[in-house]
Design a protein around this ligand. Structure first.
Ligand code: GSH
Length: 155
């Protein structure tokens, strides 16, 4: 991959950005990373993701791809011969991976917000350990990496 061809707009603490970076690293692809400041969003972000104005955004040449799961699928399809595949080959296994990815995307941000809004330290701790959906943060993040990165390598 020629330098400058791939750009990623992100923020260091975003699970959505981290999953894209994991796959780019895993595939050994070089890319230019731009850290966004949400208090003053870059012209690049506003131009390339005018709908949501959110990261991650992958810019390939002069074309942008938005939404982390869409980006992962794009990387998987466009660079299928580079490094390990993101999704399993079998359509059923792919469907299962997509199901759990959607589940995590649906639940995890709510759990994070509930924790941030919790009135007391005890309530925060309880939410982190066993959130509203009966899953700890650690478990959810573990599922994230298992499902999107490793599932198809397991027996
Ligand atoms: N569904 C999106 C979620 C992206 C998202 O929520 N990004 C957050 C960072 S974690 C963001 O850019 N927030 C900026 C804002 O809300 O202004 C994805 O999967 O890419």
């Amino acid at each position: 991959m020629a330098n400058g061809e791939l750009k990623l707009l992100g923020t260091w603490c975003s699970q959505f950005v981290i999953r894209v970076r994991m796959i780019l690293e895993q595939k050994g692809m070089s890319y230019e990373y731009f850290e966004e400041n949400f208090a003053n969003k870059s012209a690049l972000l506003l131009k390339h993701n005018p709908v949501h104005k959110k990261v991650p955004v992958l810019i390939h040449g002069d074309r942008a791809i938005c939404e982390s799961l869409v980006i992962l699928q794009y990387i998987d399809e466009n660079w299928s011969g580079t490094g390990p595949p993101v999704l399993p080959a079998n359509p059923y296994d792919r469907a299962i991976a997509r199901f759990w990815a959607a589940y995590i995307d649906d639940k995890l941000p709510h759990q994070l917000i509930d924790t941030l809004k919790a009135a007391t330290e005890e309530a925060k701790a309880e939410n982190i350990a066993e959130g509203a959906f009966g899953r700890s943060f650690q478990e959810m993040l573990c599922w994230e990496s298992l499902l999107w990165w490793r599932l198809h390598w397991l027996p």
